[in-house]
Ligand binder design. Sequence first.
Ligand code: PRP
Length: 212
Amino acid sequence: MERYLTFALGKGRLAKKTLEMLETIGISCEEMKDKTSRKLVFVNEPLKLRFFLAKGPDVPTYVEYGAADIGVVGKDTILEEGRRVYEVLDLGFGKCKMCVCGPKEGENLLKRHEFIRVGTKYPHIAKDYFFNKKHQTVDIIKLNGSIELAPIVGLSEVIVDIVETGSTLRENGLFVLEEVCDLSARMIVNQVSMKMEFLRIKELIEGLKRIL
Ligand code: PRP
């Protein structure tokens, strides 16, 4: 008997886009479309697939421990969580950039490698960027949302955050000062599942590659 292949999807826009993409290669989950349902795990019985939604940062955790074989989550989350998983595919949607942002004055502070405060939801990414790449000592302050507030109210000189359209920055008089890396939705796979379920996972990846 074939075992279930389990997908963990990051809640929200990412999951919606992923399900649309899977549908185009013939993988659908009708159960998941019932918005009134309080169910947490959805099954496609004929294809022996299971799906569940989780908070983005938890997706790599489920995949590392093998509670999910496959996950779909943003590159930002993969970098921040640093879990032992294989990143197998760039799904091409959810494109944005991780950037150092702040008021124009921030530019000089960065150039002079000053000891500044950096507000961010991504302390690991920020640390790696400033300490390992730029060799600049900074004080990293972990925040949980509305990061753009930090330089406006004087909590930090700059922030490390996601920029998509740039409108949040513009509307708050802030600028991209440096680019850290490109981001998009990625497919990740558990390291043991990759070996044990190689053919099924390979077929899935190849199916998605064809439509990308
Ligand atoms: C993200 C990010 C920026 C904004 C960027 O925040 O942290 O604030 O989107 O998008 P833009 O360049 O298109 O304006 P999100 O809305 O996810 O919420 P958060 O601030 O609570 O993290």
